[in-house]
Design a protein around this ligand. Sequence first.
Ligand code: HPA
Length: 233
Amino acid sequence: MSTPHNNAQPGDFAETVLMPGDPLRAKYIADTYLTDVKQVNGVRNMFGYTGYYKGKKVSVMGSGMGMPSIGIYCHELYAFYGVEKIIRIGSCGAYQPQCKLFDIIIAQGACTNANWAHQYGLPGTFSAIASFDLLNKAYNVAKEKGFTTHVGNILSSDIFYNDQPEVWKKWADMGCLAVEMESYALYSTAAHLKKQALCILTVSDSLVSHEETTAEQRQTGFNQMMEVALELA
Ligand code: HPA
């Protein structure tokens, strides 16, 4: 069996998959943290690997950027490969002054400016939320490790270069902590397929202070987030 976007075989993926946006980050995680690693997907260079962390089987695969991309990969993992839990690990832009560069944000819920949930034919608005079990575990691990961690709502945006540069303030005013581009599709897909999902994010830039991180600094922040995510496997 394979899908249009994944040439892994049944059983190749663990029950838990960590998903960074960048497939080369997936390779970095496999090389750095996992043992007995096998590459399970290579279609479109969206690399996926399965290995072991502290004796537990875990997989890691790139999601690409944006809801259409993560929507394809997470649907196939949940629906065709028996995956139960997907933990996105990504970066975000801070919407609140207390969310500083390198802080961790755990997305309790996600809002969106996208039309994603239209497909479900609901007579209203769908609130996309994290698995409480995964969220609770991630929060406790992050606290134990001493990482500054915020839990709350975020915006999953379809637009990176927005023609209305001030419109983000409306979401900030509703309490959204940060912006990224994938969580709403992941949480909605998990809900629809009766699976679990969580998004753990590192603040890579701030719309409030206009500060940004360098690529090298992002790697360090990424490692902290990884240490949290791997404990959930
Ligand atoms: N916008 C959208 N996605 C992001 C950002 C941002 O500012 N930073 C990191 N991911």
